[in-house]
Design a protein around this ligand. Structure first.
Ligand SMILES: N[C@@H](CCC(=O)N[C@@H](CS)C(=O)NCC(=O)O)C(=O)O
Length: 350
């Protein structure tokens, strides 16, 4: 049986998320550094070309798969031990919510800080080139770096990064750094003394924000050396003992601040985006954290909201009730307020 292979880049937050998860779970794998622009010859092509692309061995060859969240689910079924999913359905729901927040909201900060300021863009462009191909000559490398920067800067608005939204994105990132620093100080990880899917998702985005891009990395090193050090440890947790998940009675104290941040910025974003998708609009404007926000609709994130709703509906009664208490007045409870909303399940497009 062949090992799992994955095509990815050190500059891709989701690649780093999954590589660290594979190491923690001790799942044999082969990392193929490259780019989705350069498919591996002879390998199957995924439905959507994204990084990382996983190639799972099958009876007849290999199957390509993208999107880290369902890949984690597949690995939970195919490989036992060192699970990144808490058994308690309430904790598992919070794990999903925080993973989603990291994958879909924190990534706005990641993309924003990479390309919004000239210093950061000038730092990232050659790295992207040489991560993909270390043997390019300088002239080709310069041309490729320029093309990367041009393409990515032109796409900033797609994730909602603009001069209008910069204050919301940056203040949320700065608050989150403090919140995560305090979470690590208490228990080392988001859901207890062992890493969950949420930790790997946060880690993936923070490898870029904390280690690669100068503006956010400076902020993180100055304000949260504990969090900065945690990133280096997260990279390889293959020897990490399996500690306990936290108890339900600890949730409010340990996660209250983080859930209020999710409710403050991500919940209003998800709701406005889903509403706009349901209305068939191409763009939307809303208010986040008391400030204006505008961007094109993002159909995949309407699907994310639908998945969270489904997960909540599937909770056993005691966990459902306990979740209501945990989320009360965090702002996250608004995600599940059905009044005036229509289901949005006809719009999946990664
Ligand atoms: N939801 C996906 C997102 C993966 C993703 O967006 N990957 C980025 C790189 S980090 C990508 O491949 N983007 C392709 C592009 O921008 O053309 C996941 O969790 O894996």
């Amino acid at each position: 049986m062949h090992d799992i292979e994955l095509l990815g880049s050190p500059g891709s937050p989701y690649t780093r998320k999954m590589l660290a998860l594979l190491r923690y779970r001790r799942i044999p794998h082969r990392m193929r550094w490259g780019s989705h622009f350069d498919p591996l010859p002879g390998y199957p092509v995924p439905k959507v070309k994204l990084l990382p692309t996983f190639y799972f061995p099958t009876a007849t060859g290999q199957e390509a798969m993208v999107d880290s969240t369902p890949i984690i689910a597949r690995l939970e079924t195919s490989h036992s031990g060192r699970s990144v999913w808490p058994e308690d359905p309430l904790l598992r729901f919070l794990d999903q919510l925080i993973e989603d927040f990291a994958d879909e909201w924190l990534t706005k900060a990641m993309f924003h800080y990479r390309w919004h300021y000239a210093e950061d863009a000038a730092n990232a462009a050659p790295l992207l080139t040489f991560w993909q191909n270390p043997t390019l000559d300088s002239i080709q490398a310069q041309a490729m770096s320029d093309a990367f920067a041009k393409r990515q800067i032109s796409r900033l608005h797609v994730v909602g990064s603009s001069h209008l939204t910069a204050p919301v994105i940056e203040s949320s990132f700065e608050r989150l750094v403090g919140i995560l620093d305090r979470i690590i100080a208490r228990k080392e990880f988001a859901l207890g003394s062992r890493p969950s899917a949420a930790d790997f998702a946060l880690y993936g985005q923070l490898t870029q924000l904390g280690q690669v891009d100068p503006t956010p990395a400076r902020f993180l090193t100055r304000n949260a050396p504990r969090l900065r050090a945690w990133l280096d440890r997260m990279e390889d947790l293959s020897g990490q003992p399996e500690g306990p998940w936290m108890d339900r009675h600890e949730i409010a104290h340990h996660l209250g601040e983080l859930l209020r941040e999710v409710g403050r910025v991500y919940a209003p974003f998800l709701l406005a985006n889903a509403q706009a998708v349901a209305n068939g609009s191409a763009t939307f404007e809303t208010n986040i954290d008391g400030q204006p926000w505008a961007q094109p609709v993002f159909p995949y994130q309407a699907k994310c909201l639908e998945m969270l709703k489904q997960a909540r509906r599937g909770l056993p009664p005691d966990a459902h009730e306990a979740l209501g208490q945990v989320l009360a007045e965090t702002g996250c409870e608004t995600l599940f307020d059905e009044i005036g909303q229509r289901g949005v399940n006809d719009c999946l497009n990664l």
